[in-house]
Design a protein around this ligand. Structure first.
Ligand code: SAH
Length: 266
């Protein structure tokens, strides 16, 4: 079954047409029948039709209702296949956890990729791994190290929770229509044991947001809302530095000092 589907810009639709890239993606994922496999934005099933052969119980989340009808028909012969019609950003992924950790896959619409990553981080404990096609620039931000100009809130928060592995660069010609930017496949694997642990992860997240809000300012300036709690942190972390110079571990140290100070003040 084929489909005449006019790609919709508002749904960020760039369909994969490059069979070689598709084969590389499938082999990087290595799906198997027991996996709790979920694809976000299956579109016209370029990746789905390969995944489903190895994992007939896979699930998909798709926003475009025309594509939902198409997929329902196309995969009617797979009784264990399920389609969730709706917005991945508003989907509670915890509902898909069936005792097996989730494996998430998707050639994501680039306009939702950052909010979607933050949305999925909330359920990281239920996730085995994620393989996403993203804008190359976003993959670079995910894997960036301190001092790099793309190192920011996304890098720190995703690296705190996951191991980031950039896998396959993908040129614009691999899609229809071709996007204006380069893309890449990245694998994200939530840490089983974190390299460093924040005692208060909400605080860490707020602190990282504040620190990168004005990249050019020193940490001491950015962290004015925590001014009363920076005493012991300042003994270990030089607050005249800027956020982009701090490693994930240093952000965690900073956060734990502030947390301790807040607890003492209670
Ligand atoms: N996986 C397909 C399609 C990629 S295009 C391929 O590689 O060819 C992106 C897909 O995500 C489209 O099918 C689009 O309709 C869907 N989509 C866009 N926004 C979405 C959202 N918020 N939630 C779920 N799916 C979405």
């Amino acid at each position: 079954m084929t489909i005449q589907h006019q790609a919709r810009k508002r749904f960020g639709q760039n369909f994969l047409v490059d069979q070689q890239i598709i084969a590389q993606i499938i082999s990087a994922i290595g799906p198997s029948a027991e996996d709790n496999l979920i694809e976000i934005g299956p579109g016209t099933a370029a990746i789905t039709e390969h995944l489903i052969k190895r994992c007939p119980s896979m699930k998909v989340v798709e926003l475009d209702r025309d594509l939902v009808s198409f997929l329902t028909e196309k995969f009617a012969a797979y009784p264990d296949f399920s389609i969730f019609s709706g917005d991945a950003l508003k989907t509670d992924f915890a509902q898909f956890h069936n005792g097996r950790p989730m494996r998430l896959v998707g050639n994501l619409p680039y306009n939702i990729s950052t909010p979607l990553l933050f949305h999925l981080i909330k359920v990281r404990e239920l996730i085995q791994d994620m393989h996403f096609m993203l804008q190359l620039e976003v993959v670079e931000r995910l894997g960036a190290v301190p001092g790099n100009k793309t190192y920011g809130r996304l890098s720190v928060m995703v690296q705190y929770h996951c191991r980031v592995m950039p896998l396959i660069p993908v040129p614009p010609e691999s899609f229809r229509p071709a996007p204006k930017v380069q893309s890449a496949i990245v694998r994200l694997k939530p840490h089983r044991t974190k390299p460093c642990t924040a005692e208060n992860e909400d605080l860490l997240s707020q602190l990282v947001s504040h620190s990168f809000q004005q990249r050019r300012k020193t940490l001491r300036n950015c962290l004015k809302p925590y001014a009363g709690h920076l005493g012991s942190a300042a003994e270990e972390i030089d607050l005249s530095r800027r956020a982009e110079q701090l490693s994930v571990a240093e952000f965690v140290t900073l956060s734990n000092h502030i947390h301790q100070s807040m607890m003492r003040a209670k």
